[in-house]
Ligand binder design. Structure first.
Ligand code: NAD
Ligand code: TYD
Length: 350
């Protein structure tokens, strides 16, 4: 049986990907290796936990011995690497964990793949999942292409850029068969409510202020998470070794528009008077070094592999809001305990 290691499979994007893969490829064993940090949650995967081609292993990619022992035990044919510290604000407050997990952790996985594949790369693949934030910040014009020079500007994006470079270096130096994708902002069910969309939904639910950084005019390109998972599956199966693919939603929005849209949808879905939630919008101190605009040119993945987003923004947003409102228990659980301390610290002085 073919065996694929997915790291970070209990997180937001990872859980959608693992669910897709486990159901689609019953003859492949998927091992989900995840440390279950604050962002990892096995409740995201209850529907597949008993599938015979799925296993969960709890562990830290920074722990070199553990990673080597796990490769030794399973003899993986492939790796899809998503485990990361992923939140920009946390990286500004505390960069070190980002260096450890995103850079050192990635190198541990690269070394293990190299060691156990012993230069016999037939049928093997190391897929590194990355972000468009490595390209820096755009002005009003232009889009990120695969050829855009790297210009990371937050500790998070610098750590991801570093890991991307290392993955490419292992390809050029040792011939490791790698693929990389750089994707824009994802939204959808199961996202930890430190990120803009679930944080706003959760705050509206509790009639708490909705913190909009700066003027709310920064722009992100939003993609529904299941479309990202489908792109990863396609690239893993059909991508070309050594290549990079940009993935985007072709769906640029200013943050303030995102927040207002969420207010409107939630007021309607909860039967609240129109305009009620918008009153909660509060402009707060801007994020340090806040990137102005991200936008992806996804021509390459469209022309070479035939991928394009399937979920329209309006449908995706309706579905996403409905999921959080129907899964209040999930939200309540992840926003208790340490979340309250995080929120207080991150938003107190804004
Ligand atoms: P997430 O924060 O929701 O999940 C990260 C997962 O990694 C969690 O399950 C966590 O427990 C696990 N993890 C963290 N440190 C670990 C460690 N040391 N060892 C093992 N597991 C560890 O992140 P996400 O939003 O699902 O992002 C997944 C990947 O996709 C990341 O590499 C991120 O850089 C990339 N990405 C995210 C987005 C986005 O919009 N969220 C966009 C593009 C790329
Ligand atoms: P975020 O979800 O943290 O993703 P990223 O920083 O990786 O793009 O933030 C998305 C945008 O929303 C970003 O421009 C920062 C902004 N933002 C707010 O205005 N308020 C908030 O409380 C958060 C978390 C983000």
């Amino acid at each position: 049986m073919k065996k694929i290691l997915v790291t970070g499979g209990a997180g937001f994007i990872g859980s959608h990907l693992v669910r897709l893969l486990v159901k689609k490829y019953p003859d492949t064993l998927f091992v989900n290796l995840d440390l279950l940090t604050y962002a990892g949650n096995l409740a995201n995967l209850t529907d597949i936990q008993d599938y015979p081609n799925y296993e969960f292993v709890k562990g830290d990619i920074v722990d070199e011995e553990f990673i080597m022992a796990t490769f030794d035990a399973y003899q993986f044919d492939g790796v899809i690497h998503l485990a990361a510290e992923s939140h920009v604000d946390r990286s500004i407050a505390s960069p070190k964990e980002f260096i450890m997990t995103n850079i050192v952790g990635t190198v541990n996985l690269l070394n293990a793949a190299r060691f156990y594949w012993k230069d016999k790369y037939e049928g093997k693949r190391f897929y590194h999942v990355s972000t468009d934030e490595v390209y820096g910040s755009l002005g009003d014009e232009g889009k990120f292409m695969e050829t855009t020079p790297y210009d990371p500007r937050s500790p998070y994006s610098a750590s991801k850029a570093s890991s991307d470079h290392l993955v490419r270096a292992y390809h050029h130096t040792y011939g490791l068969p790698v693929v990389i994708s750089n994707c824009s902002n994802n939204y959808g069910p199961n996202q930890f409510p430190e990120k803009l969309i679930p944080l706003i939904i959760n705050n509206i639910r509790h009639s708490k202020p909705l913190p909009v950084y700066g003027q709310g005019t920064n722009i992100r390109d939003w993609l529904y998470v299941e479309d990202h998972a489908k792109a990863i599956d396609l690239i893993y199966e059909k991508g070309v070794d050594g290549e990079t693919y940009n993935i985007g939603g072709n769906n640029e929005r200013q943050n303030i528009d995102i927040v207002k849209t969420l207010c409107r949808i939630i007021d309607r879905q909860l039967g609240r008077p129109e305009g009620e939630s918008e009153k909660l919008i509060t402009y707060v101190k801007d994020r340090a070094g806040h990137d102005l605009r991200y936008a992806i040119d996804a021509t390459k993945i469209y022309e070479n592999l035939g991928w394009q987003p399937e979920v329209q923004f309006n449908d995706g947003f309706e579905k996403t809001v409905a999921w959080y409102l129907e899964n209040e228990k999930w939200l309540d659980e992840v926003t208790s305990g340490n979340y309250l301390k995080y929120y207080e610290k991150m938003y107190r002085d804004r």
